[in-house]
Write a protein of this length. Structure first.
Length: 219
């Protein structure tokens, strides 16, 4: 399967999320950033909005929980129908148990790492998860500049996944654009979260198509 593009609604018009998602024709997933103003210094949306989005789109929802205590809150997103639920390794108290609970609820279990968290922190978790998210900006705000220092980390993550023999999606999130997506694909990523590069465009569908073309060429 080729690269997957998951536009982040963090950069969309929150007053018109249904129509914004409809403009993103060609997207594979819709990336939903949930922030609690504790784990990260920003407050966005929560479970009620995710439930509303699930009712108005057929696209899979990819929920990235930037919250404290995901052990308590993450399963509710799976129960609501989110297709992927990703929690931060830095915040989870019992990551193996949480990943297993998400899978039990028939949801892809994902683990995310901040830029400074070494990839080895999740090496023993690969058999328990379906998706590994390498943040390429500090989580909390959209529109940030891509951190080049994360490219070796993406390569290391790809090496770990490939050597494990497991099928684990390798996702990147932060500063992904036409200028950076090829480097991410070359490093081994196969799922790309893009916010402002999609919803900041006059033609989000065309932007998605261009990102997919660049990632395919480089991958």
């Amino acid at each position: 399967m080729g690269p997957l593009i998951a536009p982040s609604i963090l950069s969309a018009d929150y007053a018109n999320l249904q129509s914004e998602i409809a403009r993103a024709a060609g997207a594979d997933w819709v990336h939903v950033d949930v922030m609690d103003n504790h784990f990260v210094p920003n407050l966005t949306i929560g479970l009620p909005v995710v439930e509303a989005l699930l009712a108005c789109t057929d696209l899979p929802l990819d929920c990235h929980l930037m919250i404290e205590n995901p052990d308590e809150w993450a399963p509710a997103y799976a129960e609501a129908g989110a297709n992927s639920v990703t929690f931060h390794i830095e915040a989870a108290g019992a990551p193996v148990r949480l990943a297993r609970e998400l899978r039990r609820l028939d949801t892809r279990a994902g683990v995310a790492l901040k830029p400074a968290t070494p990839i080895d922190a999740v090496a023993e978790l690969l058999s328990e998860i379906d998706l590994l998210l390498v943040m390429t900006v500090e989580p909390g705000f959209g529109g940030q500049e891509f951190l080049e220092m994360c490219l070796p980390k993406i390569r290391r993550a790809r090496e770990l996944v490939s050597s494990s023999g497991l099928h684990v999606w390798l996702q990147v999130d932060g500063g992904v654009s036409e200028d950076t997506i090829e480097r991410c694909a070359e490093a081994g990523a196969d799922v790309f979260v893009a916010g402002s590069a999609v919803f900041g465009s006059d033609d989000p569908a065309a932007a998605i198509g261009k990102l997919r073309e660049l990632a395919t060429k480089a991958g």
